[in-house]
Write a protein that binds this ligand. Structure first.
Ligand code: ACO
Length: 209
């Protein structure tokens, strides 16, 4: 067992509904696939390039392989992979990856949310739940988020949460078919002694249930 895994976090009420996160399950295949296939245009410009067609990579038959990979990484303490539920329905994912312990205690965090609930505070709420969990139960010290400078919605999520801009990585990640520049943002535990969720609640952006 690795600290902080597995975990179920929330519920937290935001504008779009009640947000919870939990580990992915095999039976998420059809809900995951339905959102991902529908939202290709919304997701493809911001996600790592993967060989093969969008429909195949995001069909229900693609999920068991992805689920099993995520489950393995979670069990080995290398990742904390979550799906986001809004009002009990799968609406996105938050993944904490490349967990390195020792004197680094660091990882990256990434996320996506389906168009049926965007601009309702879901990503902000889900990322806040996961960051607080990583800095408490999971014992991490630093989380890093890299985002394309063109990704206004994601920049806004990081801005609302108080992530600090730390750098500009040229041609950093293969996204949407090319090596894309990314801005690097980060938080360490010292930045948020009371946690991100408490901050959202104090700003009236979320309500703990
Ligand atoms: N320009 C400016 N602001 C925008 C835009 C835009 N085009 N679109 C949305 N916004 C704002 C929203 O109004 C909202 O701000 P507000 O609360 O001040 O009104 C904010 O951006 C979004 O905040 P949330 O509602 O918490 O986020 P949401 O649940 O809509 O999810 C996300 C945001 C995850 C970026 C979603 O749009 C998405 O899945 N995009 C495609 C995948 C993606 O880009 N993932 C992030 C990659 S980078 C990373 O993972 C570190």
């Amino acid at each position: 067992r690795h600290p902080g895994w597995p975990a179920r976090l929330g519920p937290l009420r935001v504008g779009a509904g009640v947000v919870e996160v939990r580990p992915p399950r095999l039976f998420d295949a059809s809900a995951w696939s339905a959102v991902r296939r529908r939202d290709r245009l919304h997701l493809e410009s911001w996600e790592p390039t993967v060989p093969g067609s969008w429909n195949d990579n995001n069909g229900p038959l693609a999920w068991p392989g992805q689920w099993s990979t995520l489950r393995g990484l979670g069990r080995r303490g290398l990742s904390l992979p979550f799906v986001i539920l809004v009002n009990g329905q799968l609406a996105g994912q938050v993944t904490v990856g490349n967990v390195v312990r020792g004197s680094l205690c660091s990882a990256w965090i990434g996320y996506w949310v389906g168009t049926h609930v965007t601009a309702g505070g879901v990503a902000t709420g889900a990322v806040a739940l996961v960051v607080d969990h990583c800095f408490r139960a999971a014992g991490l010290h630093r989380l890093e988020a890299t985002v394309r400078p063109e990704n206004q919605a994601s920049l806004r999520v990081l801005g609302k949460l108080g992530f600090r801009e730390e750098g500009f990585f040229r041609r950093y990640l293969d996204v949407a078919g090319g090596w894309r520049d990314h801005l690097c943002f980060a938080l360490t535990t010292e930045d948020i002694p009371n946690g991100l969720v408490a901050g959202l609640v104090a700003q009236g952006r979320a309500q703990l249930l």
